[in-house]
Design a binder for this molecule. Structure first.
Ligand code: ZN
Length: 423
C-alpha cells in the first residue's frame, strides 16, 4: 500500500463515516410533533408516516453505502482490477476497444449487483408508502432503455477520450476537455427533445384556466413561453415535481401531471414562477459554466496523475494502461469531489432562494408559493426538520421551513426591487 492507496482508502472511509454521522444526527433531530407552520396540512398520522419514511430510507441508504464500500474494497484487495485487466487483454483487441471493454464490464457488473437494491427501494419501500406506480414491466423497460442509451452515448465518448490520450500527446487533456464540453452542450439541446421522451410522455398543456394564468404571468415578467408540457410522472411515482431544461428557443418547462392534480392554479403559477426565476437568474447557464471548468481541471489533473506508476501499484496492477488509469484517477479524485460537491450544494441552495425570491416578488399572491411548498413537502413525505449538518452535506434545496421564512420576508421588500425584477 503506497501513498495513493492510503489517500484513496482514507477518503473512502472518511466519506462513509461523515455520512453516517450526518444520518445519525438527522434521525435524532426528528421531533414527534408537527411544526406549527405545517399544522394545517398534516395530521398526526401523516406526520408520523413522513418520519417513518425518512427513517426507513436512511437505514436503506446506510445498507447500500456499506455494500458499495465493501464491494469496492474486496475487489481492490483481492487484485480484481488486475485480474480483469489480464482477462480483457487476453482478447487481443485494439487498445481503444480493450479500454471500452474494461470500463464497460465494471459499469455493467456494478449495475447488476445494484439491481436488488433498486428493486427493493421501488417495490418495497416506495410501495409501502404509497408512492410507487411503476410496474415490473416499466421498471425493466427503463433499465433496457437506460442501458442502450448509456452505451450509445458512453461508448463513443469514452472511445474519443481514449483516442485523444493515445494519439494526441501532451495536449490530449485539452482535446479531451473540449470534446466533452462540446458533447455536454449538445446533450442539453438534444435531451429534452430526443432523450426524455423515451422515458415519459410530454403533452403540451391544454387551453384553459391554468394555461391562461401561466401566459398572463409569463407576459408580466417578460418571459416567452412556447413550451409548457405536462409530463406523465404518475407512470412511475405519485411524487410530484416541475423542472426546466434547455436554452433559448429550446427551453421548456415540464409540470408533472401529479403536480397539476394536487395544486390550485395560483400554486401552479407560483411553482412555474420559481422555475422561470431559475432561468431569469441564469442558473442553468452558471451551472454549466462551472461544470465546464470542473471538467477542465479534471482532465488536466488526469493527464498529470496518469504518469505516476504508484497510482497503478496501489491497485496491484502488473501493467500500466490508460483505461485503468481513468478508473483509478476517478477514485483518487473523490476527496476533491467530496469538497467540491459541498460547494455545489451551497451554490444550488443559494439559487433556490433566488428563484423563490423571484417568484414571491412577481406573483400576485406570494402566499401561494408557501402553500405550494407545504403541499409538496406533505405529498413527498419530506423531512421537515433535517439536522443542519445533514442539510449542509446533502441538500440541494434549503430545508422547507427556511424557504418559507425567506419567502415571507421577500414579499415585504420595497416596490423598487419588484420593479427591477419584473422589468
Ligand atoms: Zn428550484
Amino acid at each position: 500500500m503506497n501513498i495513493f492507496g492510503v489517500i484513496i482508502l482514507v477518503t473512502l472511509l472518511v466519506d462513509f463515516v461523515l455520512n453516517l454521522v450526518a444520518d445519525y444526527l438527522n434521525i435524532s433531530a426528528m421531533k414527534p410533533t408537527v411544526p406549527d407552520e405545517f399544522s394545517d396540512v398534516y395530521d398526526d398520522e401523516a406526520y408520523r408516516k413522513s418520519q417513518e419514511y425518512t427513517r426507513e430510507t436512511t437505514r436503506f441508504g446506510i445498507i447500500t453505502g456499506i455494500f458499495d464500500l465493501v464491494l469496492l474494497l474486496v475487489f481492490w484487495f483481492v487484485g480484481g482490477f488486475n485480474i480483469l485487466d489480464h482477462l480483457v487483454r487476453s482478447w487481443n483487441l485494439n487498445p481503444i476497444v480493450t479500454g471500452i471493454s474494461y470500463i464497460g464490464i465494471l459499469v455493467v457488473a456494478r449495475s447488476i449487483l445494484h439491481l436488488p437494491f433498486s428493486l427493493y427501494s421501488t417495490f418495497v419501500i416506495e410501495e409501502k408508502y404509497g408512492f410507487n406506480k411503476t410496474t415490473l414491466g416499466t421498471f425493466f423497460m427503463d433499465m433496457v432503455k437506460g442501458t442502450v442509451l448509456g452505451a450509445v452515448i458512453g461508448i463513443p465518448l469514452l472511445g474519443a477520450i481514449l483516442w485523444f490520450f493515445y494519439y494526441t500527446g501532451s495536449l490530449a487533456w485539452l482535446y479531451g476537455w473540449l470534446g466533452v464540453v462540446a458533447f455536454t452542450v449538445t446533450l442539453q439541446f438534444v435531451a429534452p427533445r430526443w432523450i426524455m421522451p423515451l422515458f415519459n410522455k410530454f403533452t403540451p398543456l391544454e387551453d384553459g384556466e391554468l394555461k391562461q394564468a401561466i401566459l398572463d404571468y409569463a407576459k408580466s415578467v417578460n418571459f416567452k413561453v412556447e413550451n409548457i408540457y405536462v409530463m406523465d410522472g404518475s407512470k412511475r411515482s405519485s411524487k410530484s415535481n416541475a423542472f426546466f431544461t434547455g436554452f433559448g428557443k429550446h427551453k421548456r418547462i415540464a409540470l408533472f401531471d401529479t403536480l397539476i392534480e394536487k395544486h390550485s392554479v395560483d400554486e401552479l403559477v407560483a411553482v412555474l414562477a420559481h422555475e422561470i426565476g431559475h432561468y431569469k437568474k441564469k442558473h442553468v447557464l452558471k451551472g454549466m459554466i462551472i461544470s465546464i471548468f470542473h471538467t477542465g481541471v479534471l482532465f488536466l489533473l488526469l493527464s498529470i496523475f496518469l504518469q505516476f506508476r504508484g497510482l497503478f501499484d496501489a491497485f496491484y496492477m502488473d501493467q500500466v494502461s490508460l483505461y485503468t488509469g481513468l478508473v483509478f484517477f476517478g477514485l483518487l479524485f473523490s476527496p476533491i469531489d467530496l469538497v467540491l460537491s459541498i460547494f455545489m450544494q451551497m451554490f444550488s441552495r443559494k439559487n433556490e432562494y433566488e428563484a423563490d425570491a423571484f417568484a414571491a416578488k412577481t406573483i400576485s399572491k406570494s402566499e401561494s408559493m408557501v402553500t405550494a411548498l407545504k403541499k409538496l413537502s406533505r405529498d413527498n413525505l419530506s423531512n421537515l426538520t433535517p439536522h443542519p449538518f445533514y442539510a449542509f452535506l446533502n441538500y440541494s434545496h434549503p430545508p422547507v421551513l427556511e424557504r418559507i421564512r425567506a419567502i415571507r420576508k421577500y414579499k415585504s421588500t420595497d416596490t423598487e426591487t419588484t420593479a427591477a425584477v419584473t422589468r
